[in-house]
Design a protein around this ligand. Structure first.
Ligand code: NAP
Length: 528
């Protein structure tokens, strides 16, 4: 496929903007053709107006029609073949094998939502039958279900050019809910965005969805993204990226005359607690697993374990030495963008200057452009608790180990933690019995708790929670991975005393879709 460098305004390609930019190959730090046109104000306006008029039709499509559409998107993405993988690898520096896996996850995610739509019960249909003879007053017939919100603006992250980008989890869940999507293309992989955007547009046409169901706008400046966020016809935002970007978008959205929900999934440092018996039994093994998890993909995962807590002991020293030996063997690789690389280096310099922090080990530099070198750092509980900035994410292949003198220090650290996507415990059965208090503190701190594993690697399934309390996200009540993500783009609508024939199929007496419903307080698929 030949790249045009244009935006998708619904099904039409358009490149009116005079501002242009090119993608950069991070392995060489060199720009690559073609030029991409930043969307103009008029193009943003037209894309959103098209999304709004598409909503009138798309928002009413049956589950099986949307399922066909999502599957068509996955087929079109797969049919782009190696060309997509090669362009993406060039723009991101990510190895082709990793990208093939990520494409599989993205396509699988679309299919999972298609299955959810065919099954149909996600709409949470509830029926409380009326009773005209109730005394002292008749009981009305009340029914409710989830309905789509309207056009959604979606922002993807640079580190997942498929799974958290154009056809990633936010787009899939918004389209599944019945919401048209206006996607802000990521300037770190614009060619990949255009190819996947073209696949979605083909699927829109193939499955008879209205023009405007999907648009994609390029932009390297905040103007384009903010133009989407503040537009009055946009009804929600899905965002994956940095804390700085997510918080700026959230603040802009709540300042609108009509504030809208922003589901921003941001950075996290994913604390790991290594408890005493586990440290004694498996210290070396944990050190090895930790190093692999921290340095996977040059540390560029939102689930990267950036903090490790444990009690000081002889076993802890052995663990630190083993981890230092592992880190010393890790070879550096190119990071995704110049700005991510610069931010990582600044973060390491600032930690190195910190009075309470010492360097335990450094990986092997290769001397290549934008390389991220692995770092293992250490501090003690007091210094950590005195400077809460030590908890901040430093996006890249480093981790800060924190040795605590006492059990009460560990509990105080846990109590003081802010929100994270994940918290991990390495523990034996005995540790778990002895640390019930710690576990109940940690439940309040993260969306996902892991025992004896590592947080990198997020399973896409119905029960996954990829979210967590602020600052990991701007809304801890939901998830951006897994089918629960659909709830973010829908709202409950209630129908009182409606005649059966004009109710949505999901709420009709005969239950023509055969879905599970809550009927008079009982979960059932039977007729009323
Ligand atoms: P980023 O710089 O925040 O970019 C994400 C998107 O937001 C881009 O499209 C960017 O567009 C836009 N953006 C950023 N600041 C903006 C602003 N002030 N106004 C309007 N738009 C703005 O993040 P990234 O570097 O791509 O990704 C790395 C970060 O994402 C890491 O912190 C990582 O932990 C996080 N992440 C989180 C998850 C999760 O699920 N929680 C998953 C993956 C990554 P422009 O470039 O045009 O500004």
């Amino acid at each position: 496929m030949k790249l045009s460098g244009n935006n998708f305004i619904g099904n039409e390609l358009s490149g009116e903007g005079k501002e242009v930019f090119k993608a950069v190959d991070p392995s060489m730090n060199e720009s690559i053709s073609p030029e991409f046109h930043e969307a103009t104000g008029a193009e943003i306006e037209l894309a959103i107006k098209k999304a709004d008029s598409a909503f009138g039709v798309y928002g009413k499509k049956a589950g099986r029609e949307k399922a066909f559409f999502l599957e068509a998107i996955s087929e079109e993405i797969v049919s782009l073949g190696d060309q997509l993988i090669k362009r993406c690898s060039m723009e991101t520096g990510l190895p082709e094998g990793r990208l093939v896996g990520e494409r599989g996850r993205t396509v699988g995610q679309l299919k999972l939502f298609a299955d959810l739509l065919r099954e149909g019960s996600w709409v949470d249909a509830r029926i409380d039958a009326g009773d005209p003879s109730r005394k002292p007053g008749p009981k009305p017939d009340i029914r409710s279900m989830l309905k789509p919100l309207g056009p959604v603006g979606v922002f993807g992250a640079s580190n997942f050019p498929f799974a958290f980008s154009v056809a990633g989890g936010d787009t899939a869940s918004a389209l599944a809910a019945g919401c048209p999507v206006v996607f802000k293309a990521h300037p770190a992989h614009p060619g990949t965005c255009e190819m996947v955007g073209a696949a979605i547009v083909k699927a829109v046409q193939k499955s008879g969805m209205p023009d405007g169901t999907f648009s994609m706008l390029h932009g390297r400046s905040a103007r384009v993204g903010m133009g989407i966020v503040v537009h009055p016809l946009i009804k929600a935002i899905g965002f994956t990226g940095s804390f700085r970007g997510g918080k700026a978008i959230y603040d802009a959205a709540v300042r609108r005359p009509e504030p809208i929900p922003v589901y921003a999934e941001m950075g996290s440092s994913n604390p790991v607690f290594v408890l005493p018996h586990a440290l004694q039994e498996r210290g070396r093994e944990i050190a090895k697993g930790l190093t692999a998890s921290v340095t996977l993909g040059i540390g560029q995962f939102c689930t990267n374990p950036g903090l490790v807590f444990y009690r000081s002991s002889d076993e802890a020293k052995t663990f630190q030495e083993a981890a230092a030996a592992e880190f010393g063997r890790v070879t550096a690789g190119p990071m995704l963008t110049e700005s991510i690389n610069a931010a990582y280096k600044r973060g390491i310099e600032s930690l190195a200057r910190h009075n309470g922090v010492r360097l335990l080990a450094k990986g092997k530099p290769e001397g290549t452009a934008l390389e991220g070198v692995a770092y293992l750092l250490n501090t003690n509980a007091r210094d950590f608790m005195n400077d809460r900035h030590l908890e901040d994410e430093n996006f890249g292949p480093s981790t800060l180990t924190v040795a605590a003198d006492s059990e009460s220090d560990l509990l105080e650290i846990a109590e003081g933690l802010s929100g994270h996507l994940t918290v991990t415990l390495h523990a034996t059965g005995e540790d778990l019995k002895e640390h019930a208090g710690l576990i109940s503190i940690l439940e309040r701190k993260a969306g996902r708790l892991i025992i004896n594993g590592f947080p990198t690697g997020v399973e896409v399934c119905h029960s996954m929670v990829h979210g967590g309390p602020f600052p990991a996200t701007t809304d801890s009540r939901t998830t951006s991975v897994g089918t629960r993500a659909i709830e973010r783009f829908s709202r409950p609508v209630c129908y009182q005393d409606f005649p059966d024939e004009i109710l949505p199929d999901e709420l009709k007496n005969a239950n023509p879709l055969g879905i599970m419903r809550l009927v008079n307080g009982e979960r059932t698929a039977s007729l009323l």
